[in-house]
Design a protein around this ligand. Structure first.
Ligand code: CMP
Length: 442
């Protein structure tokens, strides 16, 4: 059965052999081989089986696998679960590390597993709360653990409130400057940063009382309805007086429209410990002529980000998500009449028009029909990526055209991760279908 084509059967057979102590060496080496080199689902099953086999050898092997930075997130999550199964106490340090992983699903999995271990992890999670990279994950874990001691949580909340207020003040200072797109990007990022700290402070205070009500309050604060926000702020006043005084300075964060105040502190902003804030600040100061931006690569990335912000498809993405898209896009230019994509060919990239205009043309009965013209901010070539069919039409440049090109893999992960982008793409596709139907049947 170790040779069965279905990895669920072969990996189960291996665990059964290990349990009864028969053919142990072969079963172990089969599981190790499959866990490291199998297809994704085979790897998953083998790692689960290793969690059940559960000896030090398996633990060491899985810890080694975790070191691979390219490890698919799904495999990383299963490894963490298996480590916890084999040896909960020894797995704690790996789970704590998982709290700081860039992928939210890994952070959530690590937090869930820590919560399952329970009380023994509390101290390590409280230490993780002090580390900027792990604090978000630590809060997730704490929300599922028994009530933590009051003192470190209140201290954490106080520190988060002061960071929130600091970023709010920085934001108001920048708001007093002239407004342009680069300043807009910096303001949005500072506001996000300030709100992020504010929300984390509230979540921490929530840990010491009614967690569900605090979560509901936070959800409402993040909505756009100012009347409801005011109600929540009033409700928060019902907290006990010490905690009320900790969070009181946050209230101005959720005011209707934050007023400009003072002036931009460029020196402080370009030295921020968050590299995204530093880049935004440098870029905004550069645009205002305050500071010369020397790093051309960053300058061009920031210009691209501004461009992507204007593309309706990405309008709802947060600045840091846009940064991801902008970083993966490549610039490609075309001259008049160049064919950008050819009808019938296989396609593995899509283009966003950065400048110029293109014609979408389809052949019908050996005649060319112009289906549409597309301009700055529009995208083309997405259909072949979604349908995996050949290009539905040809697209030709009208004059010089600059595009930003995104490959299939990045486009797919964007659609998977961002439901609002998927929805926007579907809307555009529907319009195009209608348009093409009308033109071709005319
Ligand atoms: P794709 O099929 O990959 O390659 C040709 C592209 O032309 C297609 O993706 C769309 O981006 C674009 N396209 C096809 N039909 C239309 C249409 N009716 N209107 C606008 N663009 C279109």
């Amino acid at each position: 059965m170790l040779d069965d084509a279905d990895s669920r059967v072969s990996t189960r057979a291996a665990s059964a052999l290990l349990k009864v102590g028969c053919n142990v060496a072969r079963a172990k080496s089969f599981l190790r081989y499959t866990a490291a080199l199998g297809e994704l689902s085979e790897r998953e099953n083998a790692i689960i089986a290793m969690g059940e086999w559960g000896d030090t050898e398996a633990f060491v092997f899985l810890v080694n696998e975790l070191k691979d930075r390219q490890l698919p997130v799904m495999i990383r999550r299963v490894i963490l679960a298996s480590l916890t199964k084999i040896d909960p106490a020894k797995s704690i340090s790996y789970l704590i590390e998982g709290l700081g992983h860039v992928d939210v699903s890994v952070r959530e999995a690590a937090a869930d597993l820590l919560a399952k271990i329970g009380q023994p992890v509390l101290e390590s999670v409280l230490t993780a709360l002090q580390k900027p990279k792990q604090e978000e994950g630590a809060l997730l874990a704490l929300q599922q653990l028994p009530m933590p001691p009051q003192k470190p949580i209140e201290e954490y909340a106080r520190a988060a409130v002061s960071r929130a207020v600091e970023y709010d003040a920085l934001m108001r200072g920048v708001k007093a400057e002239a407004s342009n797109e680069a300043i807009g990007l910096l303001l949005e990022s500072l506001q996000k940063k300030s709100n992020g700290y504010g929300v984390r402070a509230l979540r921490a205070i929530g840990l010491l009382g009614d967690r569900d009500s605090m979560n509901l309050a936070i959800e409402i604060l993040e909505m756009h309805n100012s009347a409801q926000r005011a109600n929540v702020i009033e409700a928060l006043e019902s907290l006990n007086s010490r905690r009320r005084s900790i969070i009181r300075p946050l209230m101005r964060l959720w005011e209707e429209e934050s007023a400009p105040d003072g002036k931009a502190d460029w020196g402080r902003l370009i030295a921020d410990d968050d590299s995204w804030i530093r880049d935004c600040a440098l870029f905004a100061a550069h645009k205002l002529g305050e500071i010369e931006m020397e790093n051309i690569a960053t300058l061009s990335l920031m210009e691209r980000i501004l461009f992507f912000k204007r593309v309706p498809l990405f309008a709802n993405l947060s600045p840091s998500d846009i940064k991801q898209v902008a970083a993966i896009a490549e610039e490609v230019s075309f001259s008049n009449d160049d064919i950008i994509v050819r009808q019938g060919e296989v396609g593995d990239v899509m283009f966003i028009i950065a400048s110029g205009e293109v014609r979408v043309i389809a052949s019908k009965d050996n005649k060319e029909v112009e289906l549409a013209r597309r301009k700055v901010g529009d995208f083309i070539g997405e259909m072949a990526l979604i349908s995996k069919e050949p290009r539905s039409a040809s697209v030709a440049a009208v004059g010089n055209v600059h595009t930003l090109c995104i490959n299939q893999k990045s486009f797919e992960s964007l659609l998977r991760d961002r439901p609002d982008v998927s929805l926007a793409v579907i809307q555009v596709l529907c319009e195009r279908l209608k348009e093409a139907g009308l033109k071709l049947h005319r």
